[in-house]
Write a protein that binds this ligand. Structure first.
Ligand code: OGA
Ligand code: MN
Length: 352
């Protein structure tokens, strides 16, 4: 009986929504035993090894962006999801802290755009880190304090800034894409066998322990021949990977700190969602996510540099209860440009 109910949930109409709600539920907590955990390396008929191109990225190039030699990466595919690659934390010890610091301190800075800009002036959102650091460094007072800007940060956009209302990117809403994240993305895609990936847009999502991300597909980019990349830091997430139709039943997997996903080919336009955030596995607390030990390969690094103890205090405190996800997208194909929008006076919807 129970078995039949499950298979109806999985194959019936709107199976994705039902499974999303199931994992989002708090009381009683859902059964996580079917969630794929790539970090455990458990054999399964669904998990297949992914082929990388270790010769395409030298050990020095990998280390410069904080990554282990590509031959040491543990990369997987999933049966039935051609073009999907999951890389289980390929970062060098000590380098995730750099990327966490970039996500919390550097990338939210102007001229990048964040959710706080929607209802605050640029001067008020000028220095989110600086305005938050003092009160986040104080010991908890017991009294309810107003939330800091960093605690209210939900998203940041980089490069071609995503317009959430029109679901489009445009030529005139652009700021230079961060060179360090461009390099990381380039090395990861190269190791996965893609050539010439050009990181043009980024969306950072900041999740608290009760956050989720609804079912969606990322199709606003004008070129879908290049992969979509996803990097995660801090607490873990349940990630649901569905099909080309919104209702298709999804596969559930954990995304832990340092894990990466590459969605390409037939998996580039699959529906997906994050129904819940779950605590990072034991032994993957902030201390291990770093700060203490730094891999000696990082000595060669020019992109990834050590994070000061002062910055790390705040970063490690933040990721003890939060998750940061970075998606990187190429928007335009080689030689492609945005479609011309006619000047206002030529449009038939022009008002004056
Ligand atoms: C996104 C996205 C997934 C995640 O930003 O488009 O799907 O793991 N993020 O947070
Ligand atoms: Mn997405």
């Amino acid at each position: 009986m129970a078995k039949m109910a499950t298979s109806m949930v999985e194959t019936g109409e709107d199976a994705f929504r039902k499974i999303f709600k199931l994992y989002k539920r708090r009381n009683p907590p859902p059964d996580f035993s079917d969630v794929i955990d790539f970090s455990k390396g458990v054999p399964s008929d669904k998990i297949i090894p992914a082929k990388l191109d270790p010769a395409a990225v030298s050990d020095v190039e990998a280390a410069r962006v904080g990554l282990q030699p590509v031959r040491n990466w543990r990369a997987f595919g999933l049966q039935g999801y051609q073009g999907f690659i999951f890389i289980s934390n390929p970062f060098l010890l000590g380098s995730q802290s750099f990327w966490v610091r970039q996500c919390l301190k550097t990338y939210p800075q102007k001229p990048n755009v964040c959710n706080l800009d929607m209802h605050m002036s640029p001067s008020d959102t000028q220095d989110i880190w600086g305005k938050s650091v003092h009160s986040l460094s104080l010991p908890p007072s017991g009294k309810r304090q107003p939330k800091t800007l960093l605690e209210r940060l939900r998203w940041v956009t980089l490069g071609y800034h995503y317009n959430w209302d029109t679901k489009t990117y445009s030529a005139n809403h652009y700021s230079p894409f961060p060179a360090d994240l461009h390099s990381l993305s380039y090395q990861v895609t190269t190791a996965c066998g893609f050539s010439g990936f050009n990181a043009e847009a980024g969306i950072l999502n900041y999740y608290r322990s009760d956050s989720s991300l609804g079912i969606h597909v990322d199709e606003s980019e004008l070129d879908h021949s290049q992969p979509l990349l996803s990097f995660s830091f801090g607490q873990s997430a349940i990630f649901l990977l569905g099909g080309i139709h919104r209702q298709d039943p999804p596969t559930a997997m954990y995304m832990h700190s340092g894990d990466m996903m590459v969605m390409s080919g037939q998996s580039r336009l699959l529906y997906h969602a994050v129904p819940c955030i779950v605590p990072a596995p034991q032994g993957q607390t902030a201390l291990e996510i770093e700060g203490c030990s730094q891999d000696s390969s990082l000595l060669n690094s020019t992109v990834v540099v050590p994070v000061s103890g002062e910055d790390w205090v705040l970063c490690s405190r933040y990721i003890q209860s939060s998750r940061v996800n970075v998606t990187v997208r190429q928007v335009l194909g080689p030689g492609q440009s945005f479609p011309e929008t006619p000047p206002l006076h030529q449009r038939n919807d022009a008002r004056c």
